[in-house]
Design a protein around this ligand. Structure first.
Ligand SMILES: NC(=O)c1ccc[n+]([C@@H]2O[C@H](COP(=O)([O-])OP(=O)(O)OC[C@H]3O[C@@H](n4cnc5c(N)ncnc54)[C@H](OP(=O)(O)O)[C@@H]3O)[C@@H](O)[C@H]2O)c1
Length: 245
């Protein structure tokens, strides 16, 4: 029988991360689950069985990440790290408070940078590190505000890391379309091709088990947006402007 994989999921207390934890636990993985909400994380960990541990942290607070890394290094080398933690506050750029904007950058982008430095030494040789971008990072869309800019940054960070760690760590990028979680439940616009967190979790696991750098889903939406972002600006920007109506 193959050895159970040890997987660290950051952003595991809710949404896609919690669904991923349930799916991977069902497939026999041993999990380390992280997020800020201690109670929710411990409830989820206990519900999955005795082999899993909760390690609370805040990705925007480097000290909590260093303490978590110390605990995790005692568990042994990891097979995979999947970093999903992010926050979002929908609305137009002009309406966003500077304090909220700074927090979103600090969690989504600086948090991914911290994980990009802290996770590799915890992985076995050839282990996998997945960062989470979004279709929102492909091209600036109306209502995307600073969240989209952070996701464009995470896509770029994952590309750089993939090149820098080639042959040492298997760096991956996850770009979901719309997934029905508390994050998207705050949107007041219609979201095409929405999937459940369970569908997203299965798509992520299947994608990470292939050799492709980017795991993106659902394809009917991601390919349309990839096409839009590949157009010259003179063609793409009038189309994105029309989405504001
Ligand atoms: N839902 C979508 O349609 C969609 C689409 C594209 C990309 N994504 C991306 O997919 C990932 C998961 O999103 P989701 O929809 O599952 O969101 P979610 O339901 O809000 O879950 C986000 C997770 O991140 C954790 N988190 C937030 N801030 C954190 C911090 N500072 N430190 C540690 N953990 C933190 C949250 O737990 P605590 O609050 O307990 O910390 C929670 O476990 C995100 O990167 C998101 O940008 C989502």
């Amino acid at each position: 029988m193959p050895k159970a994989e040890t997987i660290w999921i950051i952003g595991a207390s809710d949404g896609i991360g919690a669904a991923l934890a349930r799916e991977w636990a069902g497939r026999g993985a041993r999990l380390v689950l992280s997020a800020r909400s201690v109670e929710r994380l411990e409830e989820l960990t206990a519900s999955l069985g005795p082999d899993h541990v909760a390690v609370p942290l805040d990705v925007s607070d480097r000290k909590t990440l260093i303490d978590a890394a110390q605990k995790i290094s005692e568990i042994g080398p990891l097979d995979r790290v999947v970093h999903l933690a992010a926050i979002y506050d929908p609305g137009k750029i002009a309406e966003l408070s500077p304090e909220t904007a700074a927090k979103i950058v600090s969690v989504n982008l600086t948090g991914s940078f911290h994980i990009a430095q802290i996770a590799p030494p915890l992985l076995r040789d050839g282990g996998q590190l997945a960062l989470c971008g979004s279709i929102a990072g492909y091209i600036g869309l109306p209502q995307g505000q600073i969240y989209s800019a952070t996701k464009a940054g995470v896509i770029s960070l994952a590309e750089s890391l993939r090149a820098e760690l080639a042959g040492i760590i298997d760096v991956r990028l996850i770009c979901p379309g719309f997934v029905d979680t508390r994050l998207t439940q705050r949107n007041d616009f219609s979201m095409p091709a929405m999937v459940t967190p369970e569908t997203a979790a299965r798509a992520i696991i299947d994608g990470l088990n292939t050799r492709h750098f980017e795991v993106h889903f659902p394809r009917r939406l991601t390919y349309a947006l990839k096409l839009l972002s590949a157009l010259p600006y003179w063609a793409a920007l009038p189309l994105t402007h029309r989405l504001t109506r």
